[in-house]
Design a protein around this ligand. Structure first.
Ligand SMILES: [Zn+2]
Length: 255
């Protein structure tokens, strides 16, 4: 099975006037396969059904689901070869804590919305549920995919991803905080004449080892008008009352 890139390149060569024999010799793809691609473009379209493999490439949608899923993926997702590598199928896996069944469901919905033709499955692990869907096109949709851990490589958004994140910063932040973030009550003691009193303030934290992902999170909070600071090298903290209230409009407590 050939990837979309190989197909597009071969069709471009044929379109520019090269013979099937010449294209076959230069690409290693059999003449019968090339003929099939040339004569049945509708089959190719059906098989691809991937906005990034379309000509010209389109951004995936709905953008709301994409921005959310991108946040989840950057926070706690991974793309790996699914099954036989020769088939070119990839698995997108997102680890969701069992404590938050609502978030597992939201993750499933977003994955299904972005790849409506692919089944979304769940796999029980210790303390968490992995939400998985298989597709040839995960690397097209998440070009941040690459070998090794995310914090060991550069994470940069493609231009079309920057546009989506710019349009849907709240959904992107929701995905980031649902995967690698939390909303918690910070208890503070105030000494008063009649004895100490304890107050509880809601706060948000986002922790990630990738400086690039922390930068994306910070830029998104700026865009939403949410004040934040680094409380540690790898942790973004949202603590001011009005900033927490603003972020609550998009994220809120886990459920
Ligand atoms: Zn694709």
């Amino acid at each position: 099975m050939y990837g979309c890139d190989a197909r597009e390149r071969a069709l471009a060569l044929i379109g520019s006037g090269s013979s099937l024999r010449a294209v076959s010799a230069s690409t290693g793809i059999s003449r019968s396969t090339l003929r099939d691609w040339r004569d049945h473009p509708e089959k190719t379209r059906q098989r691809a059904s991937c906005p990034q493999c379309a000509t010209p490439p389109q951004p995936p949608g709905p953008t709301r689901d994409y921005a959310y899923l991108l946040g989840l993926y950057l926070g706690d997702g991974c793309i790996s070869v699914g099954g036989d590598p020769a088939k070119g199928v990839w698995a997108l896996r997102i680890a969701c804590a069992d404590a938050w069944p609502g978030l597992i469901e939201e993750c499933r919905k977003a994955m299904g919305a972005i790849r409506p033709g692919n089944k979304v499955a769940s796999q029980q692990r210790v303390g968490c549920t992995e939400v998985i869907a298989y597709s040839r096109h995960w690397p097209c949709l998440f070009p941040q995919h690459g070998p090794g851990r995310k914090h060991k490589r550069t994470i940069e958004l493609a231009t079309w991803q920057q546009i989506i994140v710019g349009e849907r910063p709240g959904d992107f932040a929701r995905g980031l905080f649902h995967s690698d973030g939390c909303r918690f009550l910070s208890r503070v003691r105030r000494p008063l004449p009649g004895g100490d009193r304890w107050y509880a303030y809601p706060r948000y934290m986002f922790t990630n080892e990738s400086q690039d992902i922390l930068t994306l999170c910070g830029e998104t909070l700026d865009r939403l008008g949410v004040a934040w600071r680094f409380s540690r090298r790898n942790t973004i903290s949202v603590a001011r009352r009005e900033a927490v209230a603003r972020l609550d409009e998009f994220v809120g407590p886990k459920y």
